[in-house]
Design a protein around this ligand. Structure first.
Ligand SMILES: Nc1ncnc2c1ncn2[C@@H]1O[C@H](COP(=O)(O)OP(=O)(O)OP(=O)(O)O)[C@@H](O)[C@H]1O
Ligand SMILES: [Mg+2]
Length: 322
């Protein structure tokens, strides 16, 4: 390094705002809260506040080191976000149309529907899009921790806009019934494979008491549980109420072409490559992830469009086999 370069660097460092100033500026912008910084950086709130005010009496340098790491990670994320093409909005692909048809039917007829199948078929994005575009549609995403009766009802209560209720199943049931009755609405349970027997029973009871449309959505095991093996009485009861059922095994060719077109990919070779990705587990999720990253690679290489080489590189980079 020449003496002049060293002097420039020195001046640059002198004017480089320190971590404290940077964080104060970020907080002032309002894009992030102190609580979020604490969560993401591992610095506790009892330390961050005094440190920001230069009143922290502990190891200030150690705190600064953690916060610098957080600042660097944040900068990297912002850089990536600025070049990574945004995910497509919901696109009405043929599979999405089929899902929408089941939802519309269940809502209109106050019937029970079941949509089940492999990962990344576009189930969840389509449920959400339907809920955005239609009145009185509630999507509840189940998870292992919410699989028992009271917790499942609590999730539903929250989704239909009831807050602050005690977590007693009887009370929750009563309030949800009041809310749903006469709503001509649709209750959608996504990730329904997590529901335990009692919770399925409780949800069926909501449907029976209100006539609200009900759609259970999730992986292959959702339907298998309604029909399968021992055919427990609870499942058989719900099964007998089942109107439309939709099994989504593999994405449609047209699904892939619709999504690809969103990224300006319309040539046969690239489309064929994306079809291969769509045939793997993860289906359309893999296609969109590969297209986004391929878009970034193409932009980085100064290419005007996404080519096979970008898609291949993206797929490998995402951990897929070449
Ligand atoms: N119709 C669509 N419009 C836009 N993006 C889509 C569409 N279908 C699929 N995708 C893309 O595929 C990804 C996976 O979709 P989604 O999460 O809805 O799958 P899923 O069927 O619910 O899968 P899982 O069973 O794993 O929950 C989405 O994040 C999105 O990037
Ligand atoms: Mg899903």
């Amino acid at each position: 390094m020449t003496a002049q370069e060293a002097r420039i660097l020195e001046l640059h460092e002198a004017f480089e705002p320190d971590a404290r100033q940077k964080i104060a500026a970020i907080l002032a912008e309002g894009s992030v809260t102190q609580a979020q910084i604490c969560r993401e950086s591992g610095v506790s709130s009892g330390i961050l506040s005094p440190w920001l005010q230069e009143k922290y009496r502990g190891d200030s340098q150690a705190v600064e080191a953690k916060l610098r790491t957080w600042l660097n990670a944040r900068e990297r994320k912002t850089q990536i976000a600025s070049v990574l093409p945004v995910a497509p909005p919901w696109i009405e692909t043929p599979t999405a149309e089929k899902i929408t048809a089941v939802l519309a039917y269940a809502q209109m007829a106050g019937d029970v529907g079941c949509i089940y199948g492999g990962a990344g078929m576009g189930k969840t994005v389509t449920l959400r899009a339907y809920a955005e575009n239609n009145p009185n549609v509630w999507v509840v995403e189940m998870h292992a921790a919410g699989a028992a009766v009271a917790s499942a009802l609590e999730e539903i209560a929250e989704a239909v806009g009831l807050r602050g209720l005690p977590s007693r199943a009887v009370r929750l049931h009563r309030e949800i019934v009041k809310r749903l009755r006469g709503s001509e609405g649709l209750l959608i349970i996504d990730e329904a494979q997590h529901l335990r027997t009692g919770a399925i029973e409780a949800i069926r009871a909501l449907h029976d008491a209100t006539g609200v449309g009900l759609v259970l959505c999730g992986n292959e095991s959702v339907y298998a549980r309604l029909t399968g093996g021992s055919r427990e009485a609870t499942f058989a009861q719900l099964f007998s109420r089942l109107g439309k059922r939709l099994h989504l095994a593999k994405p449609n060719r047209a699904d892939v072409l619709h999504l690809a077109a969103h990224y300006g990919v319309t040539d046969k070779a690239e489309q064929a490559l994306l079809m291969e990705i769509a045939a793997k587990p993860g289906a359309l999720r893999g296609v969109v992830k590969a297209l986004r990253l391929a878009g970034m690679f193409a932009a980085g290489a100064g290419a005007t469009a996404i080519g096979c080489e970008h898609i291949r590189a993206a797929w490998v980079d995402l951990g897929g086999a070449a």
